[in-house]
Design a binder for this molecule. Structure first.
Ligand SMILES: Nc1ncnc2c1ncn2[C@@H]1O[C@H](COP(=O)(O)OP(=O)(O)OP(=O)(O)O)[C@@H](O)[C@H]1O
Length: 662
């Protein structure tokens, strides 16, 4: 009795251990997947198609399907080690797996689209292996048959509904196919539209928006362009300039509010898909189809915006050209398909090797999928297998490709979430850039005026200066303006040969005008010269003789100008490069700095006060690291070496001009 009891206890212990073993195994699988998520691997699920009706007597090549993603394929024509090959993926779905089971493991990815991630799910495999079955399903009549596409969208709407107290989501759908390296809109307003008049509204709406947008984008400045793009986002249209934008901006975008909307659209898309016939599959799709779902969500409490996209890709068959017994058009199609699939492989392997260059541009397919294949996306590949022994070599090459893909680490995916603060800052930056662009134009104008005033010291009023400028630019005496004329040419397209081009008569003219310069202006020059002298002395790169007597010419030839130009340029550049750190004060600094001076005479006490208005920050001396480099490089010019004053004028001015205007 006690022996029986003992055995019973032992058996119970063993049963518990077995149960624990399975629990641990399951946990391990979860942890493995989590680690993979953290590493950002492309997930690979393998799905084996069952034999079709009439194929009962066929021999299968699938030997073993493990619970942890192992699959063994057997080659009956080989002996020993070569007769079996083992591959391992995230999961393997056998021939009896249902559409629902397959989707259950895909669902977490769909959810993450609503959290602002880019997700790409694609099906890879030879013709007839079940790619379309997995992605779309055999029919949409019965929910059980629904493939990943419909289920994913259904899920998106359900989840977005369940989150509606916290989030508002807008969903837009595009569907394109890549056929013979040409991208075609499967939902465009062609014949199919007439068959589905209920979509006329959407077509018109989006066509009109796109048209207006294009006109505006063409004529508007950068900042306005940003503003338009931003506003159109809120209406459900994204641009390719955005990290999560449209890969094919010209493809029609269709706002959808329910799964029914999507089903109708996808029916149109499927009907428009290029379908041909090959020896392998009578309804073989000879194109890649890409269904893209764009999500824009706004968190009601915080105002944070997020953008997610879901690419659902049904690739064309991956079989080798020789096997599909095709010629003519079919052969060309097969070649295009193979080329684009190998480009996909190249991209994935470049990512795997962390190459600096990822060859996205080698095919339309990789261009379209670029945002979903990079480091920020979550990618899932279904590897579809035909179990038929006749397909053994195709099966092995498909599995080898998939095995390499499964080892690719993309890096942890990142969500496209923008807090309200970030968005407001972006708006602010856009408007500041606009302001700065205007100020830059103003600086250019003022610079020309200043140069003219240097040449014609008697000119005071802004109006007079402007008219002088106009006359100057058209009159034969233009060259006598020297630096002014040169700078003007440089700013307007860089065709001028620089200040060193000045003829002796130009220089003479400059000297002549410099003699007429005011004392106040000279005083300012001297201050600036002292500042420069100190700096050049420190840098040991200056080509200027620091003991040289300062004259009015120094000011004319650039000390005062270079400095003020530098300051203005620094303000301008600083504003542009500050990005989100920029605040409204930059604009006002520019305004304060420019306009009072620009509209006043060069002569008089105002000018000498100018530097106190724009206090030279202590970091400025260090920040001038570029100046010595430019000076020294300019000094190599033999023309410049004729006189130190020209060196300073030319280099400093040129340096600043190129910095600011290029
Ligand atoms: N899991 C499955 N269960 C039942 N039937 C399937 C399954 N997978 C595929 N089939 C059937 O196999 C046939 C070929 O499948 P499908 O058209 O999806 O292949 P495909 O890889 O998309 O081919 P192509 O490359 O030509 O697009 C279809 O009749 C489909 O219904």
């Amino acid at each position: 009795m006690s022996c029986l009891h003992y055995t019973g206890e032992k058996l119970k212990g063993l049963a518990d251990a077995a149960q624990n073993y399975h629990t641990v195994l399951e946990e391990n699988r979860k942890l493995y997947n989590e680690v993979q998520d953290l590493k950002g691997n492309i997930r690979v699920y393998c799905r084996i198609r069952p034999f079709l009706r009439g194929q009962n007597k066929k021999q299968t090549t699938i030997e073993y399907i493990g619970e942890n993603g192992e699959i063994v394929v057997a080659n009956p024509s080989k002996q020993g080690k070569e007769s079996h090959k083992l591959f391992k993926f995230n999961k393997v779905f056998g021939p009896t797996s249902t559409q629902e089971e397959v989707f259950l493991d895909t669902q977490p990815l769909i959810r993450s689209v609503l959290d602002g991630y880019n997700v790409c799910i694609f099906a890879y495999g030879q013709t007839g292996s079940g790619k379309t079955y997995t992605m779309s399903g055999p029919s949409i009549v019965s929910k059980e048959d629904w493939g990943v596409n419909y289920r994913a969208l259904n899920d998106l709407f359900h989840i977005s509904q369940s989150r509606k107290s916290a989030f508002i989501y807008e969903v837009g759908v595009q569907m394109v196919e890549i056929y013979n390296e040409q991208v075609r809109d499967l939902l465009s307003s062609d014949g199919s539209q007439k068959r589905y008049p209920s979509f006329t509204y959407f077509y018109l709406l989006f066509a009109t928006k796109k048209y207006i947008k294009q006109i505006l984008l063409h004529y508007c400045s950068n900042s306005i362009r940003n503003f338009i793009s931003f506003n159109l986002h809120t209406l459900g249209i994204l641009t390719s300039s955005q990290p999560n934008g449209l890969a094919v901006p010209d493809a029609s975008m269709h706002p959808v509010k329910s799964t029914t909307d999507v089903l109708e659209l996808m029916q149109i898309g499927q009907a428009n898909r290029a379908v041909g016939a090959t020896a392998l599959n009578e309804r073989s799709s000879r194109s890649h189809s890409v269904l893209t779902v764009h999500i824009r969500g706004t968190e009601l409490e915080t105002g944070a915006a997020l953008r997610g996209s879901l690419h659902l890709v049904d690739l064309a068959g991956s079989e080798r050209v020789d096997r599909s017994e095709v010629t003519g058009d079919r052969l060309r199609e097969a070649q295009h398909i193979n080329k684009s699939l190998s480009a996909l492989g190249d991209v994935i392997f470049a990512l795997a090797q962390k190459s600096a260059h990822v060859p996205y541009r080698n095919s339309k397919l990789t261009q379209v999928l670029q945002s979903s294949l990079g480091g920020q996306a979550k990618t899932l590949m279904f590897v579809q297998l035909n179990p038929d022994i006749d397909s053994y070599s195709e099966t092995v090459s498909t599995l080898k490709f998939a095995e390499r893909v499964s080892g690719v680490e993309l890096g942890a995916a990142r969500s496209n979430k923008e807090g309200r603060d970030v968005r407001e800052l972006m708006e602010q930056v856009a408007s500041l850039k606009d302001t700065i662009a205007k100020k830059d134009e103003e600086i250019e104008r003022l610079q020309l005026l200043k140069d003219l005033r240097n040449v014609y010291p008697g000119i005071n009023g802004e109006k007079r200066n402007t008219s002088s400028l106009r006359h100057g630019s058209s009159s034969p005496s233009k060259h006598s303006v020297g630096g002014t004329s040169q700078r003007g040419r440089r700013l307007s397209g860089g065709k001028g040969s620089g200040l060193t081009d000045r003829t002796p008569s130009d220089q003479d003219n400059c000297s002549e005008y410099s003699d007429k310069h005011s004392d106040a202006g000279s005083q300012q020059s001297i201050d600036d010269f002292r500042h420069h002298k100190e700096f050049f002395h420190q840098s040991k790169l200056a080509v200027v003789d620091p003991n040289r007597k300062v004259t009015g010419e120094d000011e004319l030839l650039g000390f005062g100008d270079a400095d003020s130009e530098e300051r203005l340029s620094d303000i301008s550049d600083g504003g542009l490069s500050m990005g989100t750190e920029t605040d409204g004060s930059i604009g006002s600094v520019v305004e304060f700095t420019l306009f009072p001076e620009g509209s006043k005479s060069v002569e008089g006490p105002e000018k000498s006060k100018a530097p106190t208005k724009i206090p030279r920050p202590p970091v400025k001396l260090q920040g001038k690291a570029t100046a010595p480099r430019l000076l020294s490089s300019s000094s190599k010019d033999p023309k410049l070496s004729t006189g130190p004053k020209k060196v300073i004028t030319g280099s400093s001015s040129a340096a600043k001009s190129s910095k600011r205007w290029q």
